[in-house]
Design a protein around this ligand. Structure first.
Ligand code: UT7
Length: 331
């Protein structure tokens, strides 16, 4: 019997309508369009303005897009994983709500949280449920309403982040497509450099935490940047070596969109031509868990069956990794 691999068989996406441009940010903080474009590659990002909607809204919309495109009966979905760093609320999982709302009534569901690496770790988890033969249809959604934790007076963070959601469906494949190998890492000594200090069990919300802005994301940009460049490139090289691959074998680098310079530095270390590097950071900024599925959705028409991909991410924690993956369909 052929080995079962976990292939992506459909993708979907959603970004909110509101466009937050660099020009508008110039009215909020001391920054300018030229600086933001040169240092990050970002031109605009999408923001979910509705006060009564959380990350689940983005996740549901992305999943519904996939379900419609694939003409999928949601009752057939076995498992829904929502990768997110901004769940709707503590204690009640966002995934439970999302699964019910999309009609995945026969599925169980859970959230998976590891900052900007949530989606890449989600690929690892979803793939194993398929490879073991336990489930046939696993829906992995990456969604984040980053605007819910951004201080729009802090130029170190507000220029970078945006809101969005993307979804992929995993199904068994007997032609060898889909998940091939992974190299995943974490280093907890990095957590001080990128975090939302309050609101969790370590520092519950008080009047003081609110007054002191401790519910906003904070980062030491330069330290995160240096670690991201070094570590993302390192795992990408390792996954190539481990699988006896060269730059010529790789069709696409699918890298977390945190900063265009981080993605380009990783591509340079892999000796990859710029034409093989997926980029959409200019349109959405850093959407945390949604960057990778948004890339799949935006590049879906250019992806070909059998394409060898390196998927990579780096984020808070620190957490990072690279996955070697074969695309399974032509659209
Ligand atoms: O998903 C994972 C999470 N996050 C990341 O991966 C983010 C990683 N870090 C970054 O992307 C970059 O560090 C930033 C985009 C946040 C900052 O870019 P940078 O090239 O590291 O800038 P910097 O902090 O070294 O600052 C350079 C200069 C400074 O001015 P001086 O001291 O050279 O005069 C800053 O004060 O740029 C100034 N600056 C700004 N100027 C205009 C810093 N932020 C801004 C700004 N607009 N928004």
């Amino acid at each position: 019997m052929s080995k079962v691999t976990a292939a992506i068989t459909a993708v979907g996406k959603y970004v909110p309508d509101y466009v937050l441009t660099n020009k508008e940010l110039e009215t909020l903080v001391d920054t300018n369009d030229e600086w933001i474009v040169a240092r990050t590659g970002i031109k605009e990002r999408r923001i979910l303005k509705d006060k009564d909607k959380g990350t689940s809204f983005l996740a549901i919309k992305a999943a519904e897009d996939l379900i419609a495109k694939k003409d999928l009966n949601p009752k057939q979905i076995d498992l829904v994983i929502v990768a997110t760093a901004t769940p709707d609320m503590q204690a009640a999982s966002t995934a439970s709500y999302v699964a019910t709302k999309i009609g995945a009534v026969n599925a169980f569901s859970f959230d998976l949280e590891s900052a900007c690496s949530s989606f890449i770790y989600g690929i690892s988890v979803a793939s194993q449920y398929i490879e073991t033969g336990r489930y046939k249809k696993v829906l992995l959604i990456g969604a984040d309403k980053n605007s819910s934790m951004i201080d729009y007076t802090d130029r170190a963070t507000c220029i970078i982040f945006g809101d969005g959601g993307g979804a992929v469906l995993f199904e068994p494949d007997i032609e060898g497509n889909g998940f091939q190998d992974e190299y995943l890492r974490t280093d907890g000594s990095g957590r001080q450099f990128l975090q939302v200090p309050a609101g969790g069990s370590l520092m519950p919300a008080t009047k003081e935490t609110v007054k002191n802005g401790l519910h906003y994301a904070r980062q030491d940009g330069q330290t995160v940047f240096k670690n991201a460049v070094f570590n993302m490139a390192d795992v990408c090289e390792k996954i190539l070596d481990k699988n006896n691959l060269t730059n010529n074998d790789i069709a696409w680098l699918v890298a977390h969109q945190a900063n265009k310079r981080i993605v380009e530095a990783t591509a340079r270390r892999m000796k990859l031509d710029a034409s093989k590097v997926m980029l959409n950071i200019q349109n959405y900024g850093n959407t945390t868990s949604a960057t990778i599925p948004l890339l799949f959705a935006d590049y879906e028409k250019q992806l070909k069956k059998g394409d060898d991909l390196v998927i990579a991410a780096f984020g808070g924690g620190f957490s990072w990794g690279a996955i070697y993956f074969k695309w399974a369909y032509n659209s």
